[in-house]
Design a protein around this ligand. Sequence first.
Ligand code: SF4
Length: 440
Amino acid sequence: MYYHIKTYGCAMNVHESEKIAGQLEKLGYSETAEVEKADIVVFNTCTIRENAVHKAYGNIGKLKTYRQENKKVIIAVGGCMTQDKEQAEDLKKKLPFIDIIFGTHNLTEFGEMVKEYNNSHKKVFEVWDSEKDMPKENEVTRNSFPNALVNIMYGCNNYCTYCIVPYVRGRERSRPQAEIVEEVKNLLAEGYREITLLGQNVNSYGNDFENSESNFVNLMETLAVLPYKYRLRFMTSHPKDFKEELAIVVGKYDNIPKYIHLPIQSGSNNILEKMNRKYTREDYLKTVEIIKKHIPNYALSSDLMVGFPQETEEDFNETMSLAEEIRYSSAFTFIYSVRHGTVAADMEGHIDEETKSKRIQKLVALQNKISKEISDEYIGGIYEILVEEKKEGAMCGKTDNGRLVKFPTENYDLLGKFVKVKIISSTISGLKGEFVEISK
Ligand code: SF4
């Protein structure tokens, strides 16, 4: 029996697909890359932007005939999109051939739902209103060696006015520190060499514990001293919660990459207030100064949004000037997308598509220029990279501060090893190099 999982969205969803895979393997399924070979096809959806929803509908819809002709195939849909009950209902109506629907809160019950379907051959639709408890950690099937994603918390309390996440992921819940440390130790012992701690806002880790000293900074320190050569990354940090103590810890430990993703969204205080981001441009710039002070050779990335309701040309120009002032190493640039049920969806002054499109093009051109200039600065230097992927005749990995590097080699044994590479050319988002040696 084979399964095929199609994942949309962020690293959180990627990791949750690993949890879905773990449950399916426990039931005796094996992975296949070919949809036509699968006995169960799972769509792990995203609802952060409208185009992610459209893509999912389109791709699920393509399986209609396949499902009708193959009565034994199971089509299952879960994730953030189906956690929104209205969207789940809409999906049931528009694509009635779906067999199983589940949400984010009952993801770890998915294996049981598959068993129930296999026993009864009746549709199983179950979406919990809220998390009944901390999601139990089930067996995880990872496909990402030498990288491993580790949840440290779930949910978000911030309610940024454009964002659907708090509605589909619930309130913040932190995993016990001892459990996280145990999971990381096991992964390192198995040979994983890059651990990424995941949370919607990792800086809030531990805020929900009663009578506990545990917080994100001491979690990072506890993990950073584990006796392995490895990289300890984290995402994502909310700028309002990024504290100097964290910058000090990142600067202090060699195995914490000097790469910080600090999403500002907009350079305009007017828009930041409407977004309910709870910091100003000036607060953000102060945080960047703190990062500069404690983290030499830092690389900063961000999320930059254009076209939020009521965004004027002046507001947009402030985002442009901020991007120029900070010179992000890289940035995820995107157009505001209306999410039903959020505060921003009901705001007045939505921006027309043409204006949004002009603004995003200008911002992307600026960021591409900056990213390329930063990439060029690497040429001629020798950098340590963790080899993460093999491609035809080449291996790929990242520098400590997150730049993608590709270098030609037939030596695929390098996967999971730290190597030194001399950079010989660059593109906007990546670097090409020559292998020098395996790191000591
Ligand atoms: S911090 Fe804001 S943007 Fe991030 S997940 Fe929470 S509500 Fe969404």
